[in-house]
Design a protein. Structure first.
Lengths: 101, 221
């Protein structure tokens, strides 16, 4: 057990010292959301996420934001219900539609 | 960044269906009356366009163009979606056309592609420089998107955070994350190189995430 723990610590230390830091890994994470990673970068990202809770939380946050934004139309529209077409624009558009019908 | 053709994504399933973007709920009409469109859908379409263009005159013009196009293509309206969903779909195409026509004027400044602001989160005085700073570590959201969809306070925060983005950055980000366009479609419409697209999206995601974290995730815990 002790030996296994020591090995794990060494692996973790290697990951943190030798592989790209969080600053670089978040670039890989955001790039992966647009489907741009090659396999080497994908492995670096996954290995880093294995040992970094902060970057795991980063993934959770950006995934949360993406998922919410994909269903944001109603929520965002309700924030701006006071914004309306001006009377001028409304009249102008109605006239244009009449001309087309 | 090592380039590669094989796409490995974290959340591919979320990207599958751009059509899942929800239009606003509206009663399905049994009869179509274009003369009522301005009063029934005009304001909503205007807000949709204004949020993306941040230009009232251009947004008004696109609402008009959308409704005129809809009249011309009435015969193609199957009635499967609500009128508003159908009109919103036409408006989305008009907005992309607008970007395409104006892409020569849309110059991305150095500020739009400057990552120095977001990289400050990773400045440390110790040997761990490059990793998250002590007070900058992201927190676990501890909630699901479904929990906030109906919460006005969340959308007020989201609206404020989106408004704080520079316009050109917001244009790219919105096309990708809200309208579900592919990287290729956006680069083609806006005349963007893929490397500029990547930097802009990275900056936008980092900025929006930080804003939502400060104003929502940390307060919700």
């Amino acid at each position: 057990m002790k030996e296994a723990k020591l090995k794990f610590t060494k692996l973790n230390d290697l990951i943190w010292r030798k592989l790209p830091a969080c600053k670089e890994v978040v670039k890989l994470i955001t790039a992966s959301m647009d489907g741009r990673l090659g396999i080497a970068d994908w492995i670096i990202m996954k290995v880093h996420l294995f040992s970094c809770d902060s970057c795991v939380n980063f993934v959770k946050q950006v995934s949360f934001i993406r998922s919410a934004l994909r269903r944001s139309q109603k929520g965002l529209d309700e924030q701006n219900v006071d914004i309306k077409l001006s009377d001028n624009a409304r009249g102008r558009i109605k006239e244009a539609l009449k001309g087309e019908l | 960044m090592r380039g590669g053709a094989v796409p490995f994504t974290l959340s591919n399933s979320e990207m599958q269906n751009a059509e899942e973007i929800q239009a606003l709920p509206a009663e399905r009409s049994t009869t179509i009356d274009p003369t009522s469109w301005v009063d029934e859908h005009g304001d909503c379409l205007f807000r949709f366009a204004l949020m993306r263009l941040r230009d009232e005159a251009a947004a008004e013009d696109l609402v008009q163009e959308t409704l005129l196009s809809a009249i011309q293509s009435l015969s193609t309206y199957s009635g499967k979606s609500t009128e508003r969903t159908w009109l919103t779909g036409i408006l989305k195409h008009k907005i992309i056309d607008h970007y395409r026509k104006n892409s020569r004027q849309v110059q991305f400044s150095e500020e739009d592609t400057d990552l120095s602001g977001v990289e400050r989160l990773f400045e440390r005085p110790d040997k761990w420089d490059g990793h998250w700073g002590d007070k900058m570590r992201p927190v676990d959201p501890e909630q699901s998107p479904e929990d906030v969809l109906e919460r006005g306070e969340f959308w007020a925060v989201m609206s404020a955070c989106l408004s704080a983005m520079p316009m050109r950055v917001a244009n790219v980000f919105t096309l990708r994350e809200m309208d579900g366009l592919s990287t290729e479609e956006i680069c083609e419409s806006l005349g963007l190189s893929s490397s500029n697209f990547w930097v802009i999206m990275h900056r936008a995601r980092m900025q929006l995430r930080r804003c939502i974290e400060i104003k929502w995730f940390r307060k919700a815990i």
